[in-house]
Design a protein around this ligand. Structure first.
Ligand SMILES: C[C@](O)(C(=O)O)[C@H](CC(=O)O)C(=O)O
Length: 309
């Protein structure tokens, strides 16, 4: 149960990773302890806590703005604590209210050891960025959210990485502002406010990816790879070639898990039994979540609760 020591804080580590223009950070989506442990076991240098996955796994609800600060903060804190040497970028949706809520969110995530977060310009009744009919707050309100986030970052001294996300490409505000150019305008505004990275949600094709990179200020740009979503799937190597410096894969794990669980539960119902071929068994199942390390820790301090297991 050793908590790895690291001289750099999680935000410092992430800042270091995204400051290298020749490097692209790849972050698999995780949403609970098991998915985070499995991603860590593959030695990714960064994890992404998906809000959609958090809503589904913690609330059993779709990604429609139902998760509160408390839901997201608790999940992010748990995930960030598993291996503090691996930075976590966590979804922070709209920031969960007005400027003081956004600042509270940023401070809370920073205290929990989260390395970076993104704040978007959808209204509170938000939805997944790859669904149709998104409504946005005005540029002014988005600017206030981002100013609050940057001020909280600076006042806290945490250096938590603030990523500005715009949903303007596939959404519009009450005055009808939306589309590619509006997205660029909003991200330019975000850069002027002082955010650390930019997230252009729902880019529609490769040409748009190129245009976005050319039009945006020289901050690291994040690419969101959602299979079946609005942006064509590409390799991380290709995203890097296009100029993206962070690639997140929020639903990659969920896409694998959902059919696997469904098939298993269906088989149990229909066939009255599940014979899992090559079953791991409890020992190996729990080992994914540190069984041996936990027992060794107990023994190292004189405990004998698990000896002989
Ligand atoms: C990135 C995202 O905010 C997430 O919650 O992980 C989602 C992903 C999804 O719902 O597919 C988004 O793109 O809005």
């Amino acid at each position: 149960m050793s908590t790895p020591h690291t001289s750099q804080t999680a935000p410092q580590k992430l800042r270091h990773l995204i400051s290298d223009p020749s490097h692209t950070v790849v972050a698999p989506g995780v949403y609970d302890g098991i998915s985070a442990r499995l991603a860590l076991a593959q030695n990714f240098e960064c994890l992404y806590m998906t809000g959609a996955g958090t809503a589904m796994s913690r609330l059993g609800m779709a990604d429609l703005g139902l998760t509160t600060f408390t839901d997201m903060h608790q999940n992010a804190a748990m995930i960030a604590s598993l291996d503090p040497s691996v930075p976590v970028i966590a979804d922070a949706d709209t920031g969960y209210g007005g400027p003081i809520n956004v600042a509270h969110t940023v401070r809370g995530y920073a205290r929990a050891g989260v390395a970076g977060l993104h704040i978007e310009d959808q209204v509170q009744e938000k939805r997944c960025g790859h669904l149709a009919g998104k409504l946005l707050v005005s540029r002014e309100v988005f600017g206030n959210r981002l100013r609050a986030a940057c001020k909280a970052r600076d006042d806290s001294g945490s250096g938590i990485v603030i990523v500005a996300r715009t949903d303007a490409r596939a959404g519009k505000d009450a005055e009808g502002n939306g589309g590619f150019d509006e997205a660029v305008l909003r991200l330019k505004m975000a850069a002027e406010i002082g955010v650390d990275a930019l997230f252009f949600e729902a880019l529609q094709d490769q040409r748009e990816c190129e245009r976005a990179i050319a039009a945006l200020p020289k901050l690291p740009v994040l690419l969101n790879m959602v299979p079946g979503g609005k942006t064509p799937i590409m390799t991380n190597a290709h995203a890097k070639k296009l100029g993206f410096r962070i690639v997140i894969w929020p639903t990659a794990g969920l896409e694998a898990v959902l059919p696997a669980l469904e098939n298993t539960y269906r088989a149990l119902k229909e066939e009255d039994v599940v014979y899992t071929e090559g079953a791991l068994g409890p020992g190996k199942l729990f080992e994914v979540c540190g069984l041996k390390d936990l027992m060794a820790f107990d023994e190292s301090v004189g405990g004998n609760a698990y000896s002989g297991s």
